[in-house]
Design a binder for this molecule. Sequence first.
Ligand code: MOS
Length: 755
Amino acid sequence: MAQTTPDTGRLIGFPLARIDGPKKVTGTAPYAAEHHPQGCLHGFVTTATIGRGRITRLDLADAAAVPGVVKIYTHENRPRTAWWDRSWKDEVALPGHPFRPLENDRILFDGQPVALVIAETFEAARDAAALIRVSYAAEEPTTDLSAARQDAYVPKQKRNGIAPPPPPRGEPQAAYDRAPHRISAEYWLEGEHHNPMELFGSTVIYEGEGRLTVHDKTQGSQNVQGYLCGIFELQPENVRVYNYFVGGAFGSGLRPGHQVFLATLAALDLRRSVKLELSRQEMFYMRWRPATVQSVKMAADAEGHLVAILHDAIAATSVHEDYQETVVNWSGLAYRCDNVQLSYELAAMNVSTPGDMRAPGAATGFVALECAIDELSYAVGLDPLEMRVLNFVHVDQNEDLQLTSKALHACYREGAARFGWAQRSPKPRSMRDGQDLIGWGMATGIWEATLTQATARARLSKGGKVAVSAAASDIGTGTWTVLAQVGADAFGVLPQQVTVEIGDSSLPKTSVEGGSWTAASTGSAVQAAARAVQATLLRHARTMPGSPLAELSVEQTAIRGGRLVMEINDQAGVALDDILDAAGLSFIEEEAEVAPDAAQAKTFVSYTHSGIFVEVRIDDEVGVIRVSRVVIAVAAGRILNPKTARSQILGGVVMGIGMALHEEGMTDHRLGRIMNHNLAEYHIPAHADIADIDVIFVEEHDAMASPLGVKGLGEIGIVGVAAAVANAIYHATGTRVRHFPITIDKVLFAKEAAE
Ligand code: MOS
């Protein structure tokens, strides 16, 4: 029987069930909109019904007459807020003019908030919002990427933390022109709309003049705190933001949402608590994964070695901000190639500003890269997996950097073995089961392993009670649980003896939870804080009469079985409670910080890697596509908790299947309006869409990626998945579909065209 309770010696790497799980499954974990302050008012937003233009008239009479309506905010009566753009820039803001709800009469995109109704009840607010009549002077909107790409531009100002494409190397075009095997293709991805289970919501509790407690759906409580203080000129010590529980976010909650701005605006103006939760429909008007068009030219020599890669991407952005992500750079580092040319441009459109969505840029770029190398493998006549193995590279050629580790061969080997790849029939359309065509495809995935600056506090109290805290978030990733494990491991106690405090802006400083960096960064900070407590314990223990630890340095000690002991001989030591007693203390608390190693970064870079193997079954007559099997092998350094880790990868794969087959943002370009309004016609994979997903973590030891040896897992699970599905569809049908999502109509049309 599998062990379900850990022992203190083996906490890291133990598949501990989520410590927040019981609260979540019993409905007692309050999410942002589930706090109920006394006398709370409710808000509802009225959204624009044109894609571009001006508001010419607002008729609020019917809305204002709804019983219970307290106030209606529009651009005509909005209270004063900060003037300068810099006051509106959150930690992860973009170059450009941050969106200010109700700023003026301009409509920049469909669904833009044009009014906020505040009422005594949610129902009154919603009814009144529907009765607001807005007249517009509509202008012709730009929403079609195929047209807007004509005016694509290189962003003038780069986004913080996002590297522009590297300069070209070698002679890409010449090498391409003279190569014996070449492919050239254009790949389209429709936009995807964030739809985590929890909607965007904020409960803003008015605590008195200039003092607020805010429960917000966000990936960074301190980011929201800073944002609100900047806009409303509040003092940070008077604004406390909580995000204890977050019902999924995937990047949608990195930047503060407009709901928190609007709820705060009303709360400060009315001096009352206000709750505002957006509707599912409004999710489609917020940050989204931008539509992209990517062109790839790729060439190989007679044996299949890559000799040229040219990859250009054009991505949608809004007219007011230059959203940027790393789309094409991957093509310069995933495989060995000496002739590379990459470009990345934006096309401004009348859309809300795109935002990060799980593995932003990589999820997109790897669709083109991994489909292209697959196409080229057929041109060369090599097995797609052999093609990738042949072109393995152990450095980052873009930056001329060494890698801290890259166990990708192990991913390929273990993934292929588990999948049974060796039984694959190489010819497309050659595997069948009755009416089903069967296709086997694969892809590589890569994502950044990042350590960010993070601070944490650790406290050891009498009786072996431990508390660890940091302003980190758990957006469904397992932060609560892995921090308990790291804290328990450091003090040699069980996780149930550890209290974890996160999701509160007053706790030690961390960055937003994103980029797959929280476990590595906050986890390492917790470990460092625990180490600092150990050093303080030793300092006290050394002065105790007859102390066996008197001569030791902290590195020569360990905490085991409630005692501070000599590392090499745990018979020699002092009980922790005795140390505290001798020092006259009831607890010891220390804070510590971790930060990226700037010297190391001059020579080394860290990535996580994966090999994904997919089986599809496609009904040859009606084109129904089923992903019947996925094997994904991941190399991500040390795995803190195989259970929460596996869940991260499962979620990533499911989202990748959605990207490949289902999720499709649709716009009526004549009106510039988004046609998706709910999860009925914006399909996210449901249980019926998902069959077998087998997750393998290959062994990878990497002491350089982070002090804990952790690389991060939130995003690697999606990268490459959509390409692996597309490659399997090609193998099944013999026709390439390069427009995502690959829906039934496209498969049938391709089949017809081929016949
Ligand atoms: Mo992630 S897209 O950085 O939440």
